[in-house]
Design a protein around this ligand. Structure first.
Ligand code: ARG
Length: 572
């Protein structure tokens, strides 16, 4: 990748003159092509580290770079800009040579040889997967795909919430009021009802609390009847989740719930105690003090000997590191669990569970309704994911119906599903994951805006140009063709070449929105191109050049959308 090669050159210069380490140096795509293709802020970093004037640092670095063979071969221009950025313009001939390789993912090897575990979705069994979980599922799946597209060996983990005292309550509730046939009919709905009823009744019959605890203890001790019930609840829940996963096109390599780690918990607590990381309180509970990390203490065992959410996560880290030897584990879980992960990761580091594994909490904000109100179960405003997808499908169907009424209805349905589900995913992935996102149906389905249907439609358009031109793909391009190209040709060429760069940035920042923003920019540039640059009527070298740009742009949009989990369609 060009940015990597340039980065190495910049790093050499920064090391030579300012003793900078390679990790401190970054070369990234510019914000806008008018600033060049690639940029580095190394001079700003040097200035703040050594107190030298930025300009001076930038000049020293650029003077050094002017001696570099690589820089002279690939760059047509280098410029110090703004507060001290060094911007690079890449020669179009260099781009042209690399263009045919652009969509060969096997050529992208930044993460080759690296193992990345992405833990995402992780709903709780016996409860509906609401829109809150959708973000983890959508963001996690996209991140996994991004790393895979860059050569990593990716494992997709679903860490189901299937353990804890709440299952004692559910078992107790089922034993009192449950009916097998009813659960069979609408499993999650019925289990939720039982659980809610249990809490209602607890208000007047407080003994229920102990009853729930007793049932959970029995489950922990392996009581046959309770274990069978719990297994059944889990099975029924998974069947329902599976329908949604299928609809979202999401697959996991490992579905192991919290319960999976149950046999390892005692060992973890004993080890933490033995190695003096944890202390036992007078009531028998066990806690890890984290003052040194400026974090509140973390309970790892209750006074009754029961385990906690944190204990299960610690066991999971220890197990995963041993089993997979991953370079990274990404946890795609909402902002509200930040403290939990800070604590768990700190303990894992302390205990040496993950000494050569990067543990990263990939946080994200809430999904708000159009009224900016939180959509959450706790407030009793459950909006099942299936309903959201159904509504998106319906709205998308209207678009297709409008655009192309004569299509067979089966085809229209298929397109509506791709567009509807795509619009829900894109709405999520095009926004910075840290922010709370809103569901604005109109915006999500706008054909002429930053939306999935816009990108999907752009793809359809490009394909139709190619079809009209005879459907030839990837004709050979010669440097000669560059002589006659127009401004927008070059912009599209340069924008295309940014694709792997943005993939790389999206991986580094764990920010799929960077890829989404890139695809949107590409679509915009290609659509301008479509209007200003005649293809079919252009003379032959230019025509070949333009058709290649279009065909590669179509493939980049398709691959990019697929990485985001969005399906392209051939007509709309
Ligand atoms: N099941 C949890 C929830 O729905 C999320 C699990 C997150 N992953 C983890 N390793 N703790 O809140």
């Amino acid at each position: 990748m060009l940015s990597q090669k340039l980065q190495a050159e910049v790093a050499k210069a920064a090391h030579k003159h300012y003793q900078f380490k390679a990790e401190e140096v970054e070369v990234e795509p510019t914000r806008e092509l008018s600033h060049g293709d690639l940029t580095t802020n190394v001079a700003l970093k040097i200035a703040s580290k050594w107190g030298v004037p930025v300009r001076q640092a930038a000049e020293t670095i650029t003077d050094e770079l002017k001696q570099s063979r690589l820089v002279n071969t690939v760059c047509s221009r280098m410029e110090i800009a703004g507060p001290g950025f060094i911007n690079f313009w890449i020669k179009p001939t260099v781009f042209l040579k690399q263009l045919p390789e652009l969509i060969k993912s096997q050529k992208r090897n930044i993460y080759k040889g690296q193992k990345v575990l992405v833990e995402f979705s992780s709903p709780n069994i016996a409860k509906p997967m609401h829109v809150g979980h959708i973000r983890s599922t959508i963001i996690g799946a996209a991140l996994a795909n991004i790393y895979q597209a860059l050569g990593a060996n990716v494992y997709r983990l679903n860490h189901l919430g299937d353990w804890g005292t709440q299952f004692g309550k559910l078992i107790a509730a089922y034993k009192r009021w449950g009916k097998r046939e009813q659960v069979k009919k609408a499993p999650i709905e019925e289990m939720l009802k039982l659980y809610v009823k249990f809490h209602e009744e607890m208000k007047t019959e407080p003994e229920l609390e102990t009853e729930g605890q007793r049932e959970f203890l029995k489950l922990e001790q392996g009581n046959r009847q309770n274990k069978a019930l719990w297994n059944w609840f889990k099975h029924e829940s998974l069947m329902e989740f599976e329908v949604l996963y299928k609809r979202l096109g999401v697959k996991f390599s490992h579905v192991t719930g919290e319960s999976y780690y149950e046999p390892m918990l005692k060992g973890v607590v004993a080890e933490l105690l033995r190695r003096k990381f944890a202390t036992k309180n007078s009531d028998g509970s066990v806690v890890v003090h984290l003052e040194a990390e400026s974090l509140p203490p973390c309970l790892v065992q209750k006074s009754d000997g029961g385990s906690l959410y944190a204990t299960r996560d610690l066991a999971a880290i220890r197990y995963r590191v041993k089993k997979f030897k991953p370079n990274k584990i990404l946890y795609v879980v909402g902002n509200e669990q930040a403290l939990h992960f800070d604590q768990v990761f700190s303990i894992a580091k302390l205990a040496g569970y993950a000494s050569s594994t990067e543990l990263r909490h990939i946080k994200y904000g809430l999904i708000l309704g159009e009224d900016k109100q939180k959509l959450a179960t706790r407030e009793g405003r459950i909006i099942p994911l299936a309903d959201v997808l159904n509504k998106a499908h319906e709205l998308a169907y209207k678009i297709v119906q409008n655009k192309n009424p004569s299509l067979p209805s089966k085809v229209k349905e298929r397109i509506a599903e791709a567009v509807g589900v795509g619009s829900v995913k894109y709405n999520d992935l095009s926004q910075n994951r840290h922010t709370d996102i809103t569901f604005n149906w109109q915006k999500m389905l706008e054909l002429e805006g930053n939306s999935a249907p816009y990108l999907q439609y752009t793809y359809v358009r490009l394909k139709s140009v190619l079809k009209k031109a005879g459907g030839k793909r990837h004709p050979v391009m010669s440097v000669k063709s560059l002589a006659s190209v127009g401004e927008q040709d070059l912009i599209v060429l340069r924008t295309l070449m940014r694709y792997p760069e943005f993939l790389r940035r999206a991986a580094e920042d764990c920010g799929p929105h960077l890829l989404a923003a890139y695809l949107y920019e590409l679509a915009n540039q290609v659509n301008i191109f479509y209007h200003v640059a005649p293809v079919i009527k252009a003379e032959s070298t230019l025509r070949i050049f333009r058709l290649s740009l279009i065909s590669i742009a179509a493939e980049v949009i398709k691959e990019g959308l697929n990485i985001l989990g969005i399906t392209t369609v051939e007509q709309m």
